[in-house]
Design a protein. Structure first.
Length: 138
């Protein structure tokens, strides 16, 4: 069976690490000949957001930054995990939502699944962050 991915996009947020792996999220805009993603904001092209996992990348010199344009080669991986209601609500609070306090939130757990691209090769196509930083320093 074939499990290969090539995706190109803009780094949507700064990277983070977990254990020895480096993670980042890219926004990939669809080509004009593909079905359009439904508009959240009318008239605005909406990207697909994809999490990328670079195994062992936490100790590498590669540091993707918001705004970089990358091409990622790799494969799809899914993984299951449990998340407590307390963890879910904490993420929602950080996003600015007003969330009620639930007494037993640590005891409530849900099975979750995530699909991500495991990168085997990352190519920097454009590092817009350097241009912005040098313009700000002038």
């Amino acid at each position: 069976m074939l499990n290969e991915v090539q995706i190109e996009g803009l780094v949507a947020r700064d990277s983070w690490t977990y254990d020895k792996d480096l993670f980042f999220r890219i926004a990939s805009y669809r080509d004009a000949d593909m079905p359009a993603k439904p508009d959240v904001i009318p008239g605005r092209d909406e990207p697909d957001y994809v999490n990328i996992r670079y195994q062992g990348g936490a100790t590498s010199l590669f540091a993707p930054r918001k705004g970089m344009r990358l091409r990622v080669h790799g494969y799809l991986q899914s993984r299951d995990f449990k998340e407590s209601m307390a963890d879910f609500l904490e993420k929602a609070r950080r996003s600015g939502g007003e969330i009620p306090v639930i007494e037993t939130q640590d005891k409530i757990q849900i099975d979750r699944n995530i699909v991500e691209v495991v990168a085997t090769r990352v190519i920097v196509l454009d590092d817009n962050t350097r241009n912005k930083n040098s313009a700000q320093n002038k």
